[in-house]
Design a protein around this ligand. Structure first.
Ligand code: AMP
Ligand code: MG
Length: 501
């Protein structure tokens, strides 16, 4: 390993246009720190379309990328720092977490004019490492790359993956694993836990500065509201309600919805033990550390609300100087979140069933299908995809064959078809609309594990590449990749996922 003195500033072109704003915030918001160099950086994957969106030069990144994207060279204009934050982890408050293995290089303005963070994850220790090595293993890096890009392709707000590099250095977990660094791109890395960090220290001035910064960066319209901080809180809750409804609509389980893993921007972040449902069961948990099922599939809307309540607590002094009035305001927003989630979720479920208009008994229709899916242990993704085939006139058994209890479905299908009759739309149009919201391809856990295994054991990245290709167009049938639609065989099933920290 090289010493960090060699970690020099270079003039490499790819990141010529940093425009760092977080580094201008008060000193106590972060600790400056350069990445720690690695032995043998090797660029496994560069996300060229994303690089172009960010105004970066993919050619330069390919040639000098490994040095920069591993942290061996700090590009000109970067002001590397580790952000301070706190967080509730599985309900327990930890006053100080912070970027223990991530370093924010800086911010760029993308082609759409949006400010984006460029962060290395796995780039060595920081002031917040708490005894950890600051490193990431290849497996979790690939998982984050695959799932975050899949989420984006599904149309779900998420941090992005710009690159993955291997470091040439081992990391020591339960076993010795190859080390890697993922470059993460985010609207920002401000979390509920960032507010908690300052609130826990009674640092109201910092909470206000952070809120002002977040409003300016993510919710500029709120600054014109009568009570800008309350409008901001409401806007964050609104985005999270929409986000979590969208997660449920594709069967996504985040797995570790601690307050430090919930963004203020409304992007999905931290793809540690996350996984998608295969067969539908609302109590599904994959994470090896989630013993009580706190972050189970169907608990996510409620946990989202719990986390947002913690955010509200940090903002109370900004809402109103009278504590009781401030609490009432926050509680109104919490009620709003609940209604908003329900409306967003039902809207998405209507779309999945091909219902183009809202009618009174839609909720019951959705619930009856979910109950039949659970009873028949039906694959979540395939069930909805095949509903579109029924609209196209295919026989009912394309759907009932997915169920272990097909008799529970027969009645539902006729109720659903009668309901469709009450709308004017042509079947072909409806089927088309359904295929735009019911993906054919999701990042199935067993596929991710196979890709990781080949990469880690044999340095074979072909499965990783193939998976990325398929998942880039999740709503297209892609007959060539038909097997990627399939749920795992009994012996392929992955029952647990790991944070990999
Ligand atoms: P996470 O589970 O990834 O959300 O991380 C929770 C906290 O643990 C954050 O403060 C991380 O920065 C920190 N952390 C996770 N892995 C490491 C590591 N290998 N070294 C240092 N800190 C870590
Ligand atoms: Mg985290």
């Amino acid at each position: 390993m090289k010493s960090s003195e060699e970690n020099h500033v270079s003039n490499e072109a790819p990141f010529a246009q940093f425009d760092n704003s977080y580094a201008r915030l008060p000193d106590r918001f972060y600790v400056k720190r350069n990445p720690t160099p690695v032995s043998e950086p090797y660029l496994i994957k560069l996300n060229e379309p994303l690089a172009r969106d960010l105004g970066l030069n993919p050619y330069d990144l390919k040639h000098h990328g490994a040095q920069i994207l591993s942290g061996n060279k700090v590009p000109k204009g970067a002001e590397p720092l580790a952000m301070a934050y706190a967080g509730h982890q599985f309900g327990n408050f930890v006053r100080q977490l912070g970027d223990g293995r991530a370093i924010l290089l800086g911010e760029v303005i993308d082609h759409a004019g949006n400010r984006r963070d460029i962060q290395l994850k796995g780039s060595g220790p920081t002031a917040f490492s708490r005894g950890g090595d600051g490193r990431a293993a290849l497996g979790p890096v690939l998982r984050e790359y695959i799932v975050s890009e899949a989420m984006h392709a599904l149309g779900i707000p998420a941090t992005r993956a710009l690159a993955a590099v291997t470091t040439g250095d081992p990391v020591y977990r339960e076993t010795v694993l190859p080390g890697a660094v993922v470059t993460r791109v985010a609207a920002s890395h401000i979390r509920v836990g960032t507010f908690q960090f300052f609130a826990a220290r009674g640092d109201e001035e910092a909470v206000r500065a952070l809120a002002d910064y977040a409003i300016k960066r993510h919710y500029p319209v709120c600054s014109a509201a009568e009570n800008p901080y309350l409008a901001f809180y409401r806007a964050v809750c609104e985005r999270q309600a929409g986000l979590i409804a969208h997660w449920l609509a594709v069967g996504f389980i985040h797995g570790v919805m601690n307050t430090d893993n919930m963004t203020i921007s409304g992007e999905t972040i931290d793809f540690g033990p996350c996984a998608f449902l295969d067969s539908y069961d609302p109590a599904t948990v994959f994470s090896s550390i989630d013993h009580g099922g706190r972050y189970a599939y169907a608990n996510q809307p409620g946990i989202g609300q719990w986390n947002l309540a913690r955010l509200g607590e940090t903002l109370l002094p900004l809402f109103d100087e009278d504590r009781d009035r401030a609490v009432n305001m926050a509680n109104e927003v919490m009620a709003f979140y609940g209604e908003r989630f329900q409306a967003e979720w039902l809207g998405r479920m209507r779309g999945k069933l091909g219902l183009l208009e809202a009618q009174d008994d839609d909720l019951e229709l959705v619930q009856a299908l979910l109950a039949a899916m659970q009873a028949g242990e039906m694959d979540f993704t395939l069930t909805f995809r095949r509903l579109a085939d029924l609209c196209d006139g295919q026989p009912a058994d394309v759907l009932t064959s997915l169920s272990k209890a097909p008799e529970t479905l027969v009645g539902w299908i006729s109720t659903w078809q009668a309901r469709l009759q009450r709308e004017e739309a042509a079947s072909a149009e409806r089927a088309k609309a359904m295929r735009k919201v019911n993906p054919a391809f999701i990042p199935r856990n067993h596929r991710i594990e196979q890709a990781i295994l080949a990469a880690v054991q044999d340095a074979d990245f072909s499965l990783f590449e193939a998976l990325l290709d398929v998942l880039a167009r999740p709503y297209e049938d892609q007959p060539r990749f038909a097997t990627y639609q399939l749920p795992p065989e009994q012996d392929e099933r992955v029952l647990q996922t790991f944070c990999g920290t």
